[in-house]
Each structure stands twice: as C-alpha cells, then as structure tokens.
Design a protein around this ligand. Structure first.
Ligand code: DCP
Ligand code: MG
Length: 368
C-alpha cells in the first residue's frame, strides 16, 4: 500500500480492446497497385527532380526506412540518402477510400470503432457481432481479412485497455500481432523505454530523463505526488498507465442515421423542368455522400416548402436499395408525382435517405 496515494486506483479489466495500425500505409497501397515497384525503396512524396526540390515524405516503405528515410523528411534529403529511391505522388482521396474499406471489415466485428487516423483505429470487441470470446482471434481474423481482400498488412495489439493495445500493436511492426494479458501488463510496461508511452511527447522526454526516468520501471518507482508535481494531469495519468490502468472508453463515431441535402431558393421553383434539375443535382450530392460513408438505404424523404411556408415531408420505402444518383432521382420524382403541386411556387426542396445500412464495397482488382 502506497501511503502517498492521492486518489484511489480503479482498474477495469473486463474489456477487450484491439488497436490496428496499417504498415507503411500509403506506400503499401502504392506497392500493391504497382507491382513493378515492389521490393524497391519507395516513398510517397513529390519527386524533387520534377519540381525544383520541393516536397516532404508522407511515408516511406520499410526498404526505404533502412536508408534512414522517414515521414516528414524532405524529398530532396530522402533522395540524397538513396539515389535509386522510387517516388509516388500522394493520392489522399484514394487512401481514404482504402481506409473506408478497412473500416467496412472492422464493422463486421464491431461498431465500436474509434479512428485515430486513416490507417489507425481502436476497436472494442468485448461484445462483438460474431459472438467470438477471444479478442486475439478477432485480431487474427481482421488481419487475415485485410490481407486476403485488400492485399495489405497491418499490425494489431490486443489488451484490456487502449493504452496497452496501442503499445502492443507497435511492439512487432510490421505485420505483427501482440497481446498483453492483465497479469503481464506491468512487466510489459516496465520493460519499455518511456519514449514509447503515448502521451510522453518530445518535450517531456528530456524532463523525464532529468528526473532519472528512462524506462517504465523507473517511472513505476516515482510516487504519484511527485509525478503530479512535475507533470500535472499527465503525471496523474502516467502513474496509472504504468500500472496498466487506463479506463478511457473507445469513443465510437456516431453512426449516421440519415444522409440528405436541402436548399432554399430565392426565386421560387414554378415548373417541372427546374424542379427536375434541382432533384438531379441533389441526388448526385446525396449519392456522393452515401458513397463516402459506404451507406445505402431504402427510405427516401422528400421535403417541400411552399411560398406560404407550409412544409410538407413525405417518406416512402422502396423495394430496392438506393445509393446511385439515378435511383435517388427516380424515387424522389416519383414521390413528387404523388404529392406535388407547384401552387405559388416552392421555396425549399430537399431529399434525405434514412434507415441507412452499410454498403458492402466491391473490391476493385487493381493489383495482380
Ligand atoms: N502520414 C503523413 N505525414 C506524416 C506521417 C504520416 O502523411 N508526417 C501519413 C502517411 C502514412 C499514414 O499517414 O502512411 C499513417 O502514418 P503512420 O505513422 O501509421 O505510418 P505508416 O503507416 O506509413 O507506417 P507504420 O505504421 O508501418 O510505421
Ligand atoms: Mg501505420
């Protein structure tokens, strides 16, 4: 019992958390899509020979890392370190699409997903859609799904809290799986250099070193009072984290319940052809948004506001799923045909798809 203990310790060991981090994410996608580049040192960055020496490295594959090349390094410096370095331009929208495909795989197991970046997320699988008891098994399956379907590798960490899961995924990178059981947590944490602890940034490391703290073991020997004195709230948290205590929940992004758009018009809509144009434009916009969120739905809501401010909404459920703009338009117009009259003109028109479901993506075969 530590007599200096300021606040009581409470450790939630009941949860099963997975942290997934894709390996050399952008670079792996480029290698996958361009087999001729495989095995060569490669960076995703502007080629400094084509633009007068500008640009920084977004990421380097593992063979380029052997030359000391890393994220945020200038492209010119990277080329200096490795003259045969391959450059691929950054295609962020595409990487985001791949990220959505990865998330579609996560969603097969749980909806409690907290994205940290395009290529990184926490998953709470304590209760999961497949009823699988072992979080290690789920991590294996997710890694297998990602490899089979997307031809990419990731590293996974499994434990009972986010802090440990993240450290675990980093432990055997690339293409590794590490789990930390409750009874192993303190020994695992004590073995790590403090630079590895998430939350201890570049500014804090020298301060820690000044206090003689180099490893988790050193950290565990400092009293709670002293850590709070030196590091405030972070000290309070570190005192707990080094004991394997981190009860922060996986903060799932709220699922979208509906996707829609509406617009108010300065000049009232008075005729069919203008209305059709508006509905076409709105259908395209909603289709793009549905695609971005990988959603589809069978219920469409048409909203109309008349010149006298009377607002009418009519919802209808259709036999087929909607995600294409043509289907959205056809259905929206068919609702309009039932309820529609121009009266003194329409000042607002909107369409919304509700009762959304995840749309299973069709993997595009770009690789061989
Ligand atoms: N990224 C970026 N600029 C940075 C750091 C990262 O654009 N300064 C992008 C490119 C990475 C992606 O974010 O591919 C993920 O970042 P990670 O730090 O997870 O790095 P990687 O996934 O590339 O490598 P690994 O996780 O294997 O270390
Ligand atoms: Mg990564």
């Amino acid at each position: 019992m530590n007599s200096e203990l300021v606040f009581p310790l409470k450790n939630d060991l009941s949860r099963k958390i997975i942290h997934i981090d894709m390996d050399a994410f952008y670079a792996s996608i480029e290698e996958r899509d361009h087999p001729e580049l495989r095995g060569q040192p490669l960076v995703v960055a502007p080629d400094p020979r084509l633009n007068g020496g500008h640009g920084v490295v977004a990421t380097a594959n593992y063979s380029a890392r052997k030359f000391g090349i890393h994220s945020a390094m200038s492209s010119a410096k990277a080329l200096e370190l490795c003259s045969s370095l391959q450059f691929r331009p950054v295609n962020k929208e595409y990487y985001q699409e791949v990220s959505q495909q990865i998330h579609a795989i996560f969603h097969r197991y749980t909806d409690i997903i907290e994205p940290i970046a395009f290529d990184e997320a926490y998953l709470d699988v304590t209760v999961n859609k497949k009823g699988i008891k072992s979080a290690i098994k789920i991590a294996q399956l997710i890694r297998q799904n990602i490899a089979d379907e997307l031809h990419l590798t990731c590293s996974a960490g499994v434990s009972y809290n986010k802090f440990l899961a993240k450290l675990a995924s980093d432990y055997r990178k690339p293409n590794g799986l590490t789990y930390v059981l409750p009874e192993e947590a303190e020994a695992f944490l004590q073995s790590l250099p403090i630079e590895k602890f998430k939350g201890i940034g570049k500014k804090t490391v020298p301060k820690m070193h000044e206090l003689g703290i180099y490893t988790g073991k050193d950290l565990a020997e400092v009293s709670e009072m002293e850590l709070i004195q030196h590091f405030g709230k972070m000290g309070y948290e570190l005192y707990r984290k080094v004991r394997g205590i981190h009860n922060e929940p996986v903060a799932a992004k709220k699922e979208r319940k509906s996707i829609g758009t509406e617009r108010t018009f300065h000049d009232m809509i008075m005729d069919d052809s203008t209305l059709k144009m508006v509905l076409r434009e709105q259908s395209e916009r909603v289709a793009a948004s549905l695609s971005k969120h990988q959603k589809k739905g069978r219920t469409l809501v048409l909203k109309i506001r008349y010149n006298d401010f009377e607002t009418v909404t009519k919802r209808q459920t259709f036999p087929d799923y909607m995600w294409r703009s043509e289907t959205l338009f056809d259905n929206a117009y068919s609702i309009w045909s039932e309820i529609g009259e121009f009266r003194g003109g329409l000042r607002l028109v909107g369409i919304t798809v509700t009762n959304l479901e995840s749309k299973n993506y069709e993997p595009i075969k770009l690789w061989t």
